[in-house]
Design a binder for this molecule. Structure first.
Ligand code: 9MR
Ligand code: ZN
Length: 562
């Protein structure tokens, strides 16, 4: 039996232990709330990691059950907004239950993060009127960094991205009946993660970028890109496009036909562009490339006219010459690409011809061209496709026709195009609203579909111009929200921007320089077979390549909010 003294001692020890335990918990608790950064970022909280515009809807998709959430200001750790979860909704493509945190009511500019008890916190994001200003510049400067035939250099954060003048011998005529002689086709942009240059893919890229100029030019005119031409007679944005047009003009043959591509015979290795010494050739010619050439040069003539009349005339003359060639060759003729295993970009030309004559008419006002255009629009049932890309540029022609201020159009046909376009835009709005990540393309996935997500903005903005309904602008924001992190991966799909962006894109420059980070401002292609099919791996050209047509679309979406 223990003594009374021993009993007292053990009771004191137990009490002291309990007191120490309580003190320890209190210290932990205070430390925990005082050090917010210690809360770990949850991969389940998915939102736009660039940020939100003050007056726009602001939603995060959360793949985890929760009840309440807080928005915390980074500067002082204060909770500035609290809300409740809605949902869940079943998201079929990602096979998830998605809960939504809606903090649209928070409008004060600042830097924030979401905190969800039992889940974690989100990456930081901003609210501000200018959240897209810097990303627009980075994505457009990415076109500059894609330049071929010249040395390029650019700084992003602390990193410098640069390469020497490349492909100065473009290109040999062996495959187009010229023997081993050269036709100067230096310049232009590399296409993608490969260094080849393809006219058809230039088509939808330049077409969408010039659409941005026509729709949003008053804002774009003021944007400084710090490119070699800055301070010259053209606004920087047009100067960057002119780099591509200068190359395209060299792709035209004497009789007006246009060569389909400049390319090595096979895809090259992951070496810097100036180290690639494999011969490059002109390949084939095609009516699609020729028609796209007409559209691009005719539209550029219009854009550049106020700044450089001589160049505008040169573009228009080139466009007319190739249009005459097409008139004499009314059948679709694909390029003969035998001998090449690089990009094909083969496509039937009726949509390309429609776009060509639309831009030529808009630039010249020639009533004969309008007749031809309206005939083609009728033949193609004035059809506005939700998804369009290098293989289908009809929308570009239809939008030019629809938004034209010229007289003489058939008003019934205009009404038909208008109603088709609005129906398509409404479908995009619906699709985004019923998707767990508000993806405007819904559950459709294929090679390069991130580009198509961004390109929805072209149709949506046309619908906005016609109706001034804000839901179209909100859906463009949804596209950007998705690409910058409100997606299954909770990551940005654009190199150098946002939270955990791609680090290993399929890009030969990034894969062969000494900088750890990839060249900045590039949208990767994204999941192909299904919603989960994306790997941030260099070898994965299916889902992790970059390409001018995808960036052109991203540039359009960003331009809406610059
Ligand atoms: O964007 C193109 C995609 O629509 C095609 O399905 C794919 C396969 O033919 O090719 C893509 O384009 C690639 C081109 O052929 C070569 N340069 C890289 C392009 C992006 O992956
Ligand atoms: Zn090059």
């Amino acid at each position: 039996m223990r003594t009374r003294k021993a009993q007292i001692i053990s009771a004191v020890i137990v009490a002291a232990g309990a007191l120490l335990f309580v003190l320890w918990r209190i210290i932990l608790f205070l430390g925990g709330t005082g050090m917010q950064e210690a809360t770990s970022i949850s991969p389940s909280i998915r939102l736009n990691t660039i940020g939100y515009l003050p007056d726009y809807p602001k939603r995060a998709s959360v793949a985890h059950r929760f009840e309440r959430f807080a928005v915390v200001r980074v500067s002082d750790g204060r909770t500035v907004y609290e809300g409740e979860a809605s949902g869940p909704v079943t998201n079929s493509d990602t096979e998830e239950q998605i809960y939504i945190a809606d903090f649209s009511a928070l409008k004060s500019p600042g830097e924030y993060r979401l905190e969800i008890p039992g889940v974690g916190s989100s990456p930081t994001f901003r609210i501000g009127a200018n959240v897209y200003a810097a990303p627009f510049v980075t994505a457009t400067r990415a076109m500059y960094l894609w330049r071929c035939g010249t040395a390029v250099s650019g700084k992003h954060g602390e990193d410098i991205f640069a390469h020497g003048a490349c492909h100065l011998e473009d290109a040999y005529m062996d495959y187009v009946g010229g023997g081993n002689t050269r036709k100067d086709t230096t310049g232009g942009w590399h296409d993608a993660g490969d260094y080849n240059k393809y006219v058809v893919n230039a088509g939808v890229t330049v077409g969408v970028m010039l659409r941005a100029w026509e729709d949003l030019g008053t804002r774009l005119r003021r944007v400084r890109l710090d490119i070699p031409e800055s301070g010259g007679k053209l606004p920087d944005y047009l100067a960057e496009i002119k780099w591509e047009i200068d190359w395209l003009l060299k792709m035209q043959a004497e009789d007006g036909r246009v060569y389909h591509k400049v390319s090595t015979r096979n895809f090259g290795g992951f070496i810097p562009p100036e180290a690639e010494k494999e011969p490059r050739y002109l390949a084939g010619w095609s009516t699609a490339a020729t028609a796209d050439f007409v559209a691009m040069t005719a539209a550029f003539a219009r854009a550049v006219q106020p700044y450089d009349r001589a160049y505008a005339d040169r573009c228009l003359q080139a466009a007319l010459k190739s249009w005459q060639f097409l008139q004499k060759n009314p059948q679709n003729i694909p390029a003969d690409l035998r001998g090449f295993s690089t990009g094909a970009y083969q496509t039937n030309d009726p949509d390309d011809r429609l776009w060509a004559v639309a831009e030529l008419w808009e630039t010249t006002g020639d009533p004969e061209l309008l007749k031809d255009l309206e005939q083609r629009i009728r033949e193609q049932r004035a059809q506005v496709d939700q998804i369009f890309d290098w293989g289908d540029v009809r929308n570009l022609g239809l939008i030019t026709y629809l938004l034209s201020r010229r007289n003489g159009r058939d008003s019934a046909l205009v009404a038909q195009v208008r109603s088709n376009l609005l129906a398509t835009a409404d479908r995009i709005v619906q699709t985004a609203q019923s998707h767990g990540y508000a993806r405007p393309l819904g559950t459709t996935y294929y090679w390069g579909c991130n580009g198509a997500v961004a390109r929805q903005s072209v149709l949506l903005y046309a619908a906005y111009r016609l109706t001034r309904k804000t839901e179209y602008l909100h859906t463009i924001a949804d596209a950007l929200n998705h690409l910058f992190g409100r997606n299954y991966f909770g990551r940005s799909f654009v190199t150098g921007l946002g939270y955990r962006p791609p680090m290993r894109p399929h890009d030969r420059r990034s894969g062969s320089d000494k900088v750890d980070a990839p060249y900045p401002g590039y949208l990767v292609g994204g999941a192909e077979r299904n919603a989960k099919d994306w790997r941030d791996e260099e070898a994965d050209f299916r889902t992790n390549e970059i390409a001018i047509n995808w960036n052109g679309a991203l540039i359009y979406a960003l331009a809406v909010f610059v």
